[in-house]
Design a protein around this ligand. Sequence first.
Ligand SMILES: Nc1ncnc2c1ncn2[C@@H]1O[C@H](COP(=O)(O)OP(=O)(O)OP(=O)(O)O)[C@@H](O)[C@H]1O
Ligand SMILES: [Mg+2]
Length: 285
Amino acid sequence: MTPSSTTGREATRSSGEELILTAQGVRRSFGGLTAVDVDEFTVRKGTITALIGPNGAGKSTFFNVLTGFDRADAGTWTLDGRDVTGLPAYRLARQGMVRTFQLTRSLADLTLVENVLLAAPGQRGEGMGGALFGRRSWRRQERSNTERARELLARFGLDRMAEQPAGVLSGGQRKLLEMARALMCEPRLLLLDEPMAGVNPRLVETLLEHVRQVRAEGTTILFVEHDMDVVVDISDDVVCMAFGTVLATGTPAEVMRDPEVIDAYLGSDEADDETARLARRGHQA
Ligand SMILES: Nc1ncnc2c1ncn2[C@@H]1O[C@H](COP(=O)(O)OP(=O)(O)OP(=O)(O)O)[C@@H](O)[C@H]1O
Ligand SMILES: [Mg+2]
């Protein structure tokens, strides 16, 4: 932790701001490599929070652990004050925490609408519950789920392709499909792993607008992003990771001015690009 960038903010954080996500002492190792070693991590409710850091910093692993796609070796975490440590992804989704992946995971052979429907919560048609629930209400629920899936596809400009297999989509469209699928669960906290990566620059602004809109509807957003312009543009808070640990937490300007953060990028492959941008952004901010 960097005292200069965290002390003041931690004080505000502890004095009554509502935290939707907190994590303490989260560790994950692969063999001899400690991929994640996070002492303290928080996300304020209602914010767009960016998780930045050079390649291999542990961002995706941290996401995987928090969202139940990987197990932690140690640590605890809470969602809205409730301990959700180690819960599997489907249970977290029911509690309002949903994530997308750095590499999109749409099922290529299923249609877009089927892809979105897969994420529908409370599939009452399945199992004993479905039998007891009755065929008619099951159909009604399926109809309303399908309607909602189509609305979401329309929202992301994918409605004309609703019946086409997801395999035909471009990289950017797949990111939009992932967002649609995540929103099907009506999340309170949405985690996006590099939502803009591989997206045509013309689509980036659209995607950003969608992210802002989702937040305006009351969903907190935690997203991993490499593009510092994007980070400055839409984030309230920024957390920088390197070598598995949290280096700095604060406003975009605070974090980008932090010498430890700049050092972390200097030592990475992205140094030329990102350090120059960090320095420029930190200077402007
Ligand atoms: N399943 C795994 N087995 C072994 N090592 C892994 C595994 N997953 C991640 N790692 C290692 O853990 C470290 C953190 O990786 P991670 O993917 O979390 O980084 P990241 O910050 O998301 O990087 P990027 O910006 O490139 O996506 C890296 O050194 C990576 O090689
Ligand atoms: Mg990653």
